[in-house]
Write a protein that binds this ligand. Structure first.
Ligand code: SF4
Length: 434
């Protein structure tokens, strides 16, 4: 019997998008969302497995729920997402108070699985499947300026440190007309910026076998009236074609910003990571992007402390950052993940060294950003206004065509519009303007 549902989402934007789907489908089946697990009849954890730290958080939540269920035997508990896909039915053995384990391709079935618990008993549904034709149609999204739209799932690379191939399966793309229909609906609902999601989003369309690709999809969506900005994440340097770069340069509403994880600056480490490119190839991608898209902003990810990474190899990552001067970078310390090829390598870089290397890269990136931001003082930039500043109610915030965060004095009627702001000062993370 449907009742009140509480959902907690862990991890990436793809999980946020999946949770919007889960809530939509449960809503269709009569479930109504509540803000706390204590008020719920059904608790859903949409989980992340990218690092042990993420799974540890979920394990502690499940511990708390065990106590709640003692006092509320009718409470239903479901685990969805990457941890569910990685551990599958083992989770039912480890956590006897969990009722349903639902994998990354099966969450659309959650209402039916809950409904049938009396018949099936506790159940795990973790087969990989295909896109539902009506994916996106039921998503429950907070109203706003930005909406995230998954266009593909899974990944055909097999980077040795990564859980995604195990937890999201092989690449599969949504049909372009299905994506277009969803984006038209979202623009009709007032969203102004759409971010297309995929683990290696530039490989979009390959599985469709009809010549579809990301450049074509961008062109198709760019024609939608009312859409102000189009973005996509996350890219793999091997999949970025000149056609895609030229399309980004040509289409005025496509953001001039690429998130392309380099991960390391050392050829030996990149080989051990299974990234399928070397330092020079990555630098060649940077050159192609900058020559074809003037002013393009490049964001990267880096993993430090990968098994066997020497001081000298770490210095090669430092020198890559100094050579490229990224617009932004996310830095992670290596974390052993069960089921990944790298689990066979000794995790021999001490935690303290991993931390030092991580802090060094973060500090270097902030230096580069401060420099780039200072160079923008006195210049006027176009900002898509997203809403009130989180730290100052008298200010508004938004992003440039790159990905720069800008804060400026509030004026009525600006949210959801493109607004020109003259930069007057900055911190390493934020531009301030008039
Ligand atoms: S390309 Fe990205 S998602 Fe795919 S295996 Fe490598 S790190 Fe994981």
């Amino acid at each position: 019997m449907p009742g009140k549902v509480f959902i907690e989402t862990f991890g990436c934007q793809m999980n946020v998008a999946d949770s919007e789907q889960i809530l939509g489908r449960l809503g269709q089946a009569g479930w109504s969302p509540v803000d706390t697990p204590e008020a719920a009849d059904l608790v859903v954890f949409n989980t992340c497995s990218v690092r042990d730290h993420a799974e540890a958080k979920i394990r502690s939540r499940l511990g708390v729920l065990r106590e709640q269920k003692r006092g509320q035997p009718g409470l239903k508990i479901a685990i969805a997402g990457c941890m569910a896909q990685r551990e599958q039915a083992d989770l039912l053995k480890k956590w006897p108070h969990v009722d349903v384990v639902v994998g990354t391709d099966q969450f659309a079935r959650l209402p039916e699985l809950i409904e049938r618990l009396d018949v099936t008993g506790r159940i795990a549904a973790t087969d990989f499947g295909d896109w539902e034709d009506d994916f996106g149609a039921n998503a429950v999204r907070e109203p706003g300026v930005n909406a995230y739209v998954p266009v593909m799932r899974g990944c055909n690379y097999n980077c040795t440190y990564c859980v995604v191939p195990n937890t999201r399966g092989r690449e599969k793309s949504r049909r372009p007309e299905a994506v277009e229909a969803e984006v038209r609906r979202l623009v009709g609902e007032g969203f102004k910026q759409i971010t297309l999601l995929g683990q290696t989003v530039d490989a979009y369309g390959k599985t469709l076998g009809d010549g579809s690709n990301l450049a074509g999809l961008l062109r198709r969506l760019h024609a939608i009236d009312g859409l102000l900005r189009l973005r996509f994440v996350t890219s793999h340097p091997k999949d970025i074609s000149d056609e895609l770069l030229d399309t980004i340069a040509e289409l005025p509403r496509v953001a001039k910003h690429l998130h392309v994880p380099a991960q390391s600056g050392s050829d030996r480490i990149l080989r051990l990571m299974g990234r399928r490119y070397g330092r020079d190839e990555y630098l060649h991608f940077v050159e192609r992007a900058r020559s074809r898209i003037p002013g393009v902003e490049l964001l990267s990810d880096f993993i430090v402390g990968f098994p066997g990474e020497t001081d000298a190899e770490f210095e090669q990552t430092v020198s890559l950052m100094e050579q490229v001067r990224f617009g932004g970078a996310y830095v992670f310390t290596y974390s052993v993940r069960p089921g990944t090829p790298a689990v066979r390598l000794p995790d021999d870089v001490p935690e303290a060294v991993k931390k030092q290397r991580c802090n060094r890269l973060l500090a270097l990136q902030l230096d580069h950003q401060s420099e780039q931001f200072r160079a923008l003082h006195g210049q006027t930039v176009e900002v898509l206004v997203e809403g009130e500043s989180k730290t100052d109610p008298d200010m508004l915030h938004g992003r440039t065509m790159g990905f720069r965060h800008v804060v400026f004095p509030k004026r009525e009627g600006l949210v959801g519009t493109l607004h020109r702001v003259t930069i007057t000062r900055s911190t390493p993370l934020t531009l301030f303007g008039e």
